[in-house]
Ligand binder design. Sequence first.
Ligand code: PLP
Ligand code: ZN
Length: 400
Amino acid sequence: MKLVASESLSRLAALHCSACGTEYSAFDLQRVSACCNVPLVADYDLHEPLSRAVIDQADTSMWRYGALLPLLHEENKVTLGEGLTPLLRLPRLAARYDLANLLLKDEGQNPTGSFKARGLSMAVSKAKELGIEGCIIPTAGNAGVALAAYCARGGLKAVVVMPRHTPAAFKEECYWYGAEVELVDGLISDCGARVRQRNANGALLDISTLKEPYRLEGKKTMGYEIAEQLGWTLPDVLLYPAGGGTGLIGIWKAFQEMKQLGWLAPEVKLPRMVAVQAENCCPLLETYEGRQSNCHAYQGRATLANGLAVPHPLGEAMMLRVLHESNGTVVSVSEEGMLAGMRDLGQHEGLFVAPEGGAVWTAARQLLATGEIQPHENILLLNTGNGQKYMDNVAGRARG
Ligand SMILES: *Cc1c(COP(=O)(O)O)cnc(C)c1O
Ligand SMILES: [Zn+2]
């Protein structure tokens, strides 16, 4: 289906190959780039000035940045009110660890309990706009739940393929949204193989991380919100739990766009981006530190932070680029470290975060210990999910 951008608020202009830059139409259905078989990235027309007044202040969701989002026609929007999550100060933890300024953006407050809501709201809206009738996704849990919810909301069929060991709450929620769920022995990469086999005829749109260009556009709204919520300044360092990496790549993309738009003053420095991984599955760390040339043969294991159990991220090269461009780094956290981080955020700040969020706080402490983060810096943690869905695995572990 060919789309027409006329009369749309969106400045969407084209897509480009993330490896070689070849341009693709943003007005036809696209998956990965035909030239290099890597993710496609959306470009906007940012030459005409666009003031911050285009932000729709009456809209308290991520859709307030509509001009910089890819949806062309309002009637295709599939929303449950995702985004504009609170940016909380953590004064008690900061005092306890002698830190000047510690912040946490709480993505656990999104519909369906994780930041996957942003990406799936956008991807399902675009699928609807492109005339798609059904979607399929391999998932470690949260993305499947979000796909199921947004497909139900938009009237699309949803097929979710997830590891059999995923905590029950994730599977159950998919059933309640009416999705078809298939369980697979293994990790998300095995689910991905099953999706390719099952969808060989291409009847459904494969919404795998970075295999279509629009989940990234949903995730980038976190970057716009962080800047807006900080009065158009940015933290010194931002820690993000990286699995497939759409958040890391998306937030960095938002920062670049805002620089280009002049929404961030030239003197505003972009933060160092820190990717946080699980010791049980840290392909990015292994590549970053030169122990492998890429993640293709990496063997990952299951982790409490199931969102981080992504052994072969398609966006590895894009993540590495963000780490290099931002002068950032990647660290891994043990299973016990995730629980310790969850305890700290729960007992000192009243936040019941996902193990991924616990990992991010423990990673910050690890980097403070090595001096890679300084106590006087502005530190921003991203908690990507709500702890409640992980109850099967964390129940009884509130004491160390
Ligand atoms: C999916 C997920 C992640 C990883 O997100 P990517 O965008 O794939 O890097 C982190 N935390 C939670 C809770 C998730 O569900
Ligand atoms: Zn290419």
